[in-house]
Design a protein around this ligand. Sequence first.
Ligand code: NOJ
Length: 515
Amino acid sequence: MAITPKWLENAIFYQVYPQSFKDTDGDGIGNIDGITEKLPYIKKLGCNAVWINPCFVSPFGDAGYDVADYCTIAPRYGTNDDMKRLFEKAHELDMHILLDLVPGHTSVEHEWFKKSMQAEKNEYTDRYVWTDSVWEEPQGMGCIRGISDRDGSCAVNFFSHQPALNYGYYKCERPWQQPMEADGPRATLEAIKDVMRFWLSMGCDGFRVDMAGSLVKNDVDGKGNIALWQNVRGFLDKEYPEAALISEWGEPDKSLAGGFHMDFLLHFGPSHYNDLFRCAEPFFSPNGKGDASLFVEKYCESRSKTGGMGLICIPSGNHDMDRLARSIQGVDLKIAFAFLLTMPGVPFIYYGDEIGMRYVEGLTSVEGGYGRTGSRSPMQWDATKNAGFSNADEDRLYIPLDGSADRPTVEAQMSDENSLWNEIRRLTELRKAHKALQNGSGIEFVYAKKNAYPLAYLRMCGDEIILVVINPSDKEVSLPCLYRPKQTLYSIGVPVSKDGASLLVSARSAGAYLV
Ligand code: NOJ
């Protein structure tokens, strides 16, 4: 399948949470220069693209997902010039950078909201979703009310300090609800396009889009949101055809119909992502009771709805989920990565997952993280002060480090051939060396039965067909399969062997075979 932009064909992403990645100026919080410094590291792991969580001016009530100025880097991370240098350095290394676009809401401190709160009509009166009386709350949504002279309640999208920008209603049911075509909603969309223009013209390669499927309200089937993103796609095709877009939507058929190149499967939504990694009996745990069949069923349904086009992305984790290592450890993590890096779509590795960084238990919430805070702790680089994350005094770190004596570090794992880090590097190399394993190549499931192991699928491109067999369970299993491996390309544990009409798959193993 031809993919545009072409660089997405073999992109492997690394997600950087800027607060916690690398602090180069000793203030206890990560910064843009820290990311620039570590680009060669990310490349060595085999990733050639980076998604950075929001790093714009913000009161940080939701770790930056409450933007106060879309076009200025928050001083704690550096300057716009630092970001420009990051883009340049990435391109020199043949890497790409996606910023995080938060189009659904702003912070209450954004100038647009301050003007929108005024009682007198002005350019920003319709920039947010307001009811026409402070006594009427928007149905089904939280709201801000009683904090300004404007007589109305303003809908919020997430926390109660994140007022919802107005892209209109698909079906208007109250007088204050505006259709998508009204002047206010259209002006909001144009303003967000200007934000995209601003960063793209500086060298940014595209965006991860926050809550992309929820901009247009009262849009049960997603038709309004699909139309809105098709409009954005039209603008990008004309002005920045190389810009990549990935949505936080969780419903690939809708997102891709809207013109996104990629959509994430998430810990919420219909994908059954949690069945694999994050539930009481995940598929990737050794006790052999997990179930991947519902995930596969939904995955196949999404692929067929999108006509096999477009990229469905299965992340190793993100800043909203529990760390992968909270539910699976050791060789099971390696097996999980063997799956993540042999599936179609663009792989996304959350910073620190490559060394099995742990969820840090018992932390007090930082900047609206609440239970998510434990997945956002500082990157563990080495055995020096603060694990090499920062020179600041320990009590000034943005989030406390994993305090365990045996916390994993990049330095230790890079020098250990048997580490998770080196397993992932081998897997990224394997993926790059074989067209059949790359992002747009086909997949056919060979075995994905309810509460049964292994999981087996074929990846193919032209004449190259690769059989992938994944058995996280602690039991040897038999795989009814007509395909016979001709060559082992990769394996964790003992590779499969012939057993009459079936293949014998050893316990806790994963393998990729030319057939
Ligand atoms: C999804 C983001 O990933 C999350 O961190 C944020 O809190 C909400 N959207 C609100 O923007």
